[in-house]
Structures are given as C-alpha cells and as structure tokens.
Design a protein around this ligand. Sequence first.
Ligand code: MG
Length: 301
Amino acid sequence: MSRDRVRIVEVGPRDGLQSRGTELSVDLRIAWIRQLAAAGLREIEAGAFVRADLVPAMATSEDVFRLAADLKVETLWALIPNLRGFQRASDSGAKAFAFFTSASETFSQKNSGCSVEESLVNFREIRQLSEMSPVRAYLSCSFGCPYEQSVEASAVTNLARKLDAAGADEIVISDTIGIADPESVATIIAAVSAEVTASKLTLHLHDTRGSALDCARAGLEAGIGSFDSSAGGLGGCPFAPGAPGNVATEDLVTLFESLGCRTGIDLDQLIHSSLWLEKVLGEQLPAKSLAERRTEPPSDD
Ligand code: MG
C-alpha cells in the first residue's frame, strides 16, 4: 500500500449525537469538541442545522457554532439539509458545509423531505451562495437503503457525477445503515472513481455487522484516502431504523497506523476523551480500542 497518510473527519459531535433522545448540553458538546481537537482531529462535524422537532439532539447547534469559533479547529463542518439550514449555519458562523442527498428516492423523501432531483437543485443553490467555503456532499444509502433495500450502483455513480459537476469539493460515499462489505466497497468505489477522481471521495461507514474496519481497509485498497468516523463509535441515524454507531475513530486510527498510514491523531489522548464521554453519557461506547483501557464501568444512575 503506497499511501502513507490518511485524512479522518470526526463526525461524532453530529452523527454520533444526533440519534440520541437526550440532548447533551452546549457546554458538554463544546468540551467534547475541544478534546477531539486537542487529540489532533483537524476536521470535526460539530452540529446540524435541521428541524429541532425532528432531531432534538441538534437543537442547540447555533450556540455550539458560536462558541466553537474560539476553539482551535482547522475545519468545523455544519450539516445542512437545505437553504434554510445553510442560512442558519452561516448566521451562526459556520464556514464549511456538509450537504446531504441520497442514492435512494425513498430515503431522500424521508430524510430530506424532497426528491433526489430537488435536493440537487438545493445543492446548486447552496454551492453558489457558499462562494469559496468548502462544501461536502453526503451520498447517503450508497450501499443500500432501509426502505428500498438494494440500491443500483448506477444510482450512486450518476448522483456522484452530478454532485461533482455541481461543484462539490468532496463526495462522501455513505453506508448510512452499515450494510456494506469489503466486496461492495471495492465495487462501488471502483464505479464511482471512474466518474469522479478518488481524491474527492470520502468513505463514511457504520458498524452494523462489525465489518466496518474491513470495509475501511477495502476502501483504502481501492484508492480512498479520506474517512469519516465517530469517536468511541457513537452514532446512528434518526431516519435510518436500526442504524448502529459509526466506525470508531480510535479503531480506524489503530488500523491505519498498523498499515503504515499516519493519521496525525494522538490515540492515547483520543481514548482518554472517549472514556470521559462514557462517563458523561453513563454508558459504554462500542469502540474496540476502548475495552482494554476501561478501568471501571460507568455507573448506571
Ligand atoms: Mg452516518
């Protein structure tokens, strides 16, 4: 493997927290983001500008972005579903935007409230308004949909090509429900790479079947050098029934470093942060790298 460095985008403070019924306070969200940055994570998705009645855990994202401006984070990504979300994020000081659309028509309707084609119209408008700011586009359900089951590879490649043509800086091939396996990762990445240069692709994995690390390795072998993950393996999706946690950042760092790929992340410091988060949440997180470092179980009360 010739690659000696990989990029990791930490999505825990958004994808990790969003599916939780209980909301973490703004102070705790900021404290976590500060710790992640201190552990060497240069890009962090810090919140979502979505409907608070549908995703209450992200309701205070305005405050998080206003306070996070003082943190030393290279890029703070704001998740936005539409123009209104973009405007709220901009007004809160966000300077990097993560848009989402889907390879599945049903998922787009349920997750974004519009058709895939309508979401592309929204994306083009946001791309124009965001001017020089980086904009990444999640291509949800790239490996399968919780409503439509299988998704055609051509639906993924067509949409990736359209997003690229519309000016996406980065396209995030997302296994929203954790249904990918190493073979499907190799197939989809090869198909999309034929349309969009691999350096613009990121792989976003969830660990439903415990195979996310194998999928990450398959992605690396297929030419991907950029990965999303969530510290501790926290995660889920409020509109993807049964979606488990994202692949754990600790576990990705451990895998990549073992393969000779530097991540720039201090694993000890990251694990320390996730153990703090376990205490805050009062539960054990799924990251494999945490198990051996846990000295006492969190209390249940
Ligand atoms: Mg996700």
